[in-house]
Design a protein around this ligand. Sequence first.
Ligand code: SF4
Length: 767
Amino acid sequence: MSDKVRDKWAEEIGPEEFTGLRTGGESGSAAGLPAVIMSVKHVFGAMGLSRGMKALFNLNQKGGIDCPGCAWPDPDGKRSPIAEYCENGAKAIAEESTTKKAGPDFFAKNSVSELSQLSDYELGKSGRIAQPMFLEEGEEHYKEISWDDAFKEIGEELNGLESPDEAIFYTSGRTSNEAAFLYQLMVREYGTNNMPDCSNMCHESTGVALSETLGIGKGSVKLEDFYETEVILIMGQNPGTNHPRMLTALQKAKRNGAIIISVNPLFETGLKAFKNPQEIKGLLGMSTDLTDHYLQVRINGDMALLQAIAKLLLEEENANPGKVLDHEFMAENTEGAEAYIQHLQNLSLDTLVENCGIPIEQIREVVKAIRFKNKMIICWAMGLTQHKNSVDTIKEIVNLLLLKGSIGKAGAGTCPVRGHSNVQGDRTMGIYEKPPKNLLDNLERVFGISPPREYGYDTVDSIKAMHRGKAKFFMGMGGNFLSATPDTHYTAEALRKCNMTVHVSTKLNRSHLIHGKRALILPTLGRSDEDFKNGQRQFVSVENSTGVVHSSHGKLKPVSEKLLSEPEIICRMARAVLPGSKIHWEKFVLNYDYIRDAIEKCVPGFDDYNRRVRRGRGFYLPNGARQGDFETDNGKAKFTVSDISPIPLDEGEFLMMTIRSHDQYNTTIYGLNDRYRGIRNERRVVLMHREDMEEMGIENKAVVDLYNNHGGRARVAHNFIALAYDIPRRMVATYFPEANVLVPVKSTAEYSNTPTSKSVVISIRKN
Ligand code: SF4
């Protein structure tokens, strides 16, 4: 909805009549029959019965289509032949595989400014982009362009820059291993490491913390570890909406006797109870309670909570020597334990309790439940990674696991749950602004190129560089950069300053409408689309959250003959940008096995790639932490010492976190409902504690404006509807990407430079 329309609504009509906002009826359990109904509705509504059935029966099956949703792992062994996917997976495939097309006539009818008036949800409903589109400088309509001409435009633009470092090449986590490898190869031959990715905005803090302490920036657990663990601690994560099949693993863990502890400012439905739609009982409405202990932590109170738990475990150890902490493990495998324990002893329990906001009795109860357990998995997501002190908080998770000897053995370890389906794989392929030396050495050896050695821009630095005019070309390999990034107005200004913006996309999104002087949309095959080269069906591969590399085979007829696969787009673009390149780009497009052969030569862990990836379940990448081999400087896992850093709030200020609704995945909005939270037909809402609202004289469903002034720049989000919700005092929640406008680009996590989207200081004024 445009701001103009909203202003009118705010002045003249109440939110309920205007938007159809409905609240109430929060779900007490996740999934079940409603999830099945929603899945069927989305899939068959978007692509009809036979295409829909084909998509669903192939989704997440061995030799089938890898879900383009999240990166939750599939079972290594038997998979359900009927439904190895969740409601969100079904929505993701429906979104991608729709038969609706946005052809040249659509763009002729709708100017860029007209399209800009549509909501993200409405834009997504315009269908698959069916042909390359070009927006010439000063024009108002995208017009069809041939592929050759599109590549020529890009080649001329890139070769006209003063330095390769004036170009930025972004990647979203959908990109396959094959495309990601070729993309980074092309960019490095061109001469820059400006390769920001969506990881910069999600699990970068995880990568930094785990690399330093455990020697690998990825999680250590396998799916099977959930079935033999004793304790699962879930922090800052909403699996019911963002990684729904995790609930099946939690249900199995629970049935095997695991204790589940959930830590989050909102008690999300998916953590309460689960109706497994693959079981008759689940379909009949019988649910499994999941969480044994729910700790309603204050936003950013996680480190204080972890330290309080560790301190109380220490007390338990003193009372029960040798039974609570794993001294043998610590002595053999770690360093820094003494300093850490000393630090814990010096901490004030009262201060920790005050800062995490959880009553001491509840924390003691949890400690009592876990004190004699030694197989613990800790899971986390964006609720932990997008704060100023995120890296230190994640290191505190490692401290707790090390105290319990809960790493390097079955049923225990780290589980950062990744968002987009191949975000982890893209990083493995070298999509990184700080590429490892051995990758660059291998590119040099195998391809005879001279890759640049200086680090490039990450996402935040790319935005700043474009804003300062230091970067003039932006390319997005997938994704919706404008909506995914912070400080929307600032980022929009940055993109508009570019000479050219290029997006490789399946569907229209906001980033196509906030463009550089000239803009290109290059339409690509989706994961579900068939891809034939030389008459041979090709497949791609991806890496899930647990480090399994497996194949994904497109099965559906593409909606247009003018779509190219991502590998082909990159190879043809490389030829246009690098006419003198000695790399045989054309060969890669003859058969993707050639790309995998090249990956095998350059990226460790991919030996015999083409054979092993053809096995149904794929293969696990090496992971030292999983076996207790810590690839740090001295082979030891590291305890670290950190202090809490409370975020001061002045009177009238609140700490805001951005969250996702149940009808969205990352920046893709599938619908306007957030069924589990009982919010329907509206996304511009701010969830507040009832007493805070009363104190401020804000009635439930009053229209408010939200402000942030970080760094002296005024940011405002107009016309949000305040809703009373069960959230800690002085904390509020708003949906991403609508509230990104308030997230300051210059407020980022220490060491990882991730925007602090989960701890934004705002003030609220009644409209
Ligand atoms: S859990 Fe994630 S990967 Fe699995 S089906 Fe759902 S969205 Fe797709």
